[in-house]
Design a protein around this ligand. Structure first.
Ligand code: M6R
Length: 604
């Protein structure tokens, strides 16, 4: 998960950029760089590896100037190498970028045809060239930036210097966050409030599609249409910076939108971008006979999704059990088993007790947790961290997808360690995983459609969720999300179970949410939908374009991006979370603190 800082200051900028980048180290990175305006010219320093490597470069070749930008990079396009580190320069433009430009290949061909040459393997360099070319015909930097942004497809947060513009840093955001910081006679931009935390606590969160120019006079913000706008300023203490709502109404809404970054950050701990290898630090799955996952609530559904992957990819027998049942069942676990506790908080009483039960019996234990200082993290033999950042909403969202992302990468690592896939297949699977942040951002794009559907669902007394394969646990998760924040009764079923009882509930008053990507099971799920329609049932189907083309008549469709089945649970999670969220908002419920629920359940 890359980090950005931009400063229009009055003090030497290099040390301040480094100070800020150090605060962004928590996001994970493999190279870093800074650039500064020196007498109207832009100079940059970059290094592969840790920030101390960049500091060593700066010690050799100091960087003057009071206006500059900095970046920590986690490789997506192109290996972690100095030539791929940001900032990237093309002509008059030097910039840093978080996110992924989807149409970079076609833009690069267009620019190459005009005689431009590229120094890196990144998607980012294309933006620098595009803006530099646009400046040739549109000399106003902000107008040129707007014209450039209009050509980009994908996600970005940008920090930009333009040669000759001594007192200017421009920024833009779509899909990746960017904040503006107001200092005393100085201005800042950053990828989050922590980035600008050393300099100011007066923060403005840019809205989706906004772009901005900061100079010594202040900030000029424009919306996606290029109209000047004002966005509210907030006071954010450094300690609170990690847990700010930004411009979102609820933490849950923010955390749903945080998922591309949360998953990217988590995946960076499990995938080596150079070798495309998946990592399982601390465990050799070749020596594991059985994986026993224990967890509660949403975390147990993440575990259920993982079972499909560990068994299918790694041929590793896997059982998933709700921790509150496991601990009293006295399960027969052989010494070759690995017990894996999955938990956001790392403190859930039943999961912790199950972990301890296994440990006491000499079973190897691992904890996949988001709170790395938690009891589970400390007591398990092996810690598998997720890097979702603090999750405040009681309804788990980004912690869930981060768990699924980490578990999917671990299943790939297990498959390789157990000789079930070769290096080429491992690379194919990890490449798929690296696409997940972008695809989640795309699935969040269905938000307006989901909001409209939520108004209808909010009137229901009962809702059914159906899915097959790994979409079955997602159906359970969808039902749990809806229950806990909207207080509407909801149940999740495997679609094939419909005929064995739940179909008796089908009538026009009971909406049915079907999660059905166009995979090998789609036809069967489509038959189940026809059975529901024949009985007057109302269906909302979450599917991709191919699925939508084959939707039975009368089905309302929410579109998610097409993807490989291995990553489908990650890509299809956001629509069900958004549906629960907007139903709860529609009903005026307390979304972040639903009645009777606690974020961390430390009692039985
Ligand atoms: O902290 P944990 O992941 O161990 O918590 C487990 C469950 O209590 C939790 O997932 C709960 O189901 C959430 N409120 C669901 O949104």
């Amino acid at each position: 998960m890359c980090g950005i800082i931009g400063i229009v200051g009055v003090e030497p900028v290099a040390d301040r950029l480094i100070d800020s980048l150090k605060r962004l180290e928590y996001r994970g990175y493999d190279s870093a760089g800074v650039a500064a305006m020196v007498d109207g010219h832009v100079e940059r320093r970059r290094a592969q590896g840790k920030i101390r490597a960049l500091e060593a470069v700066l010690a050799q070749e100091p960087l003057a100037g009071t206006v500059g930008i900095g970046h920590t990079r986690w490789a997506t396009h192109g290996a972690p190498a100095e030539r791929n580190a940001h900032p990237h320069t093309a002509g008059r433009v030097t910039l840093v970028h978080n996110g992924i430009i989807e149409n970079y290949a076609e833009l690069r061909e267009e620019l190459r045809a005009e005689g431009r040459s590229f120094q890196s393997d990144t998607d980012t360099e294309v933006i620098a060239h595009l803006l530099d070319r646009t400046l040739e015909t549109i000399p106003d930097p902000l107008k040129a930036l707007k014209a450039t942004l209009d050509r980009l497809t994908g996600a970005y947060a940008l920090g930009i210097l333009v040669q000759g513009e001594k007192d200017l840093v421009m920024g833009a955001r779509r899909g990746s966050p960017l904040v503006v910081g107001h200092g005393r006679g100085e201005m800042f931009i950053g990828s989050d409030a922590l980035a600008v935390g050393p300099f100011t606590n007066r923060i403005v969160y840019l809205d989706e599609g906004d772009f901005v120019a900061i100079d010594h006079q202040g900030a000029r913000i424009f919306d996606a249409a290029g109209q000047p706008v004002t966005r509210p300023e907030r006071m954010v203490s450094p300690a609170a910076a990690l847990v700010e709502k930004g411009n979102y109404r609820h933490f849950m809404e923010k955390e749903i939108h945080d998922q591309p970054e949360a998953c990217q950050h988590t995946l960076s701990a499990y995938i080596d971008p150079v070798t495309a290898a998946a990592k399982a630090p601390g465990v050799d799955f070749a020596k594991v006979d059985k994986l026993q996952i224990v967890a509660c609530g949403t975390a147990s559904y993440a575990g259920m999704i993982a079972r499909y992957l560990f068994e299918r990819l790694a041929d590793l027998p896997c059982e998933v059990e709700i921790a509150s049942e496991f601990r009293y069942r006295r399960p027969a676990l052989a010494p070759g088993a690995l017990a894996l506790a999955v938990s956001q908080s790392g403190e859930t009483a039943d999961t912790l007790a199950a972990l301890r039960w296994c440990k006491e019996r000499g079973i190897q234990t691992a904890a996949l947790v988001n709170n790395h200082e938690s009891t589970m993290a400390r007591e398990a033999d092996v810690l598998f961290p997720t890097h979702a950042g603090p999750e405040i909403g009681v309804a788990s969202t980004k912690a869930f997808t981060s768990q699924v992302a980490a578990l999917t990468a671990l299943a790939v690592a297990a498959a390789r360690q157990r000789g079930r896939i070769d290096a080429a297949e491992e690379a194919r699977l990890t490449t798929l995983l690296m696409e997940v942040p972008r695809l989640i951002a795309q699935s969040i794009g269905a938000e307006d459609e989901i909001k409209a559907i939520a108004a209808d669902i909010a009137r229901a007394r009962d809702v059914l969720y159906l899915g097959r394969g790994a979409m079955y646990p997602l159906a359970l998760e969808g039902a749990l999300k809806l229950k806990e924040i909207s207080y509407i009764h909801a149940e999740g079923y495997a679609a094939g179970e419909l005929k064995h009882g739940p179909i008796a509930l089908v009538d026009e008053a009971t909406p049915i949410i079907v999660i059905a990507p166009s995979d090998e099971l789609f036809e069967k799920t489509a038959s189940n939908m026809s059975e529901v329609i024949a009985r007057g049932g109302r269906i909302v189907m979450i599917t991709d374009e191919a699925g939508a083309r084959h939707a039975p008549e009368g089905v309302r469709v929410v579109l998610a991006p097409a993807c490989d089945p291995v990553i489908a649970p990650l890509v299809f999670a956001a629509p069900i979370q958004l549906l629960a969220y907007y139903v709860a908002v529609q009903k005026g419920a307390d979304v972040d603190q639903p009645r009777n629920l606690a974020k961390s359940v430390t009692v039985e």
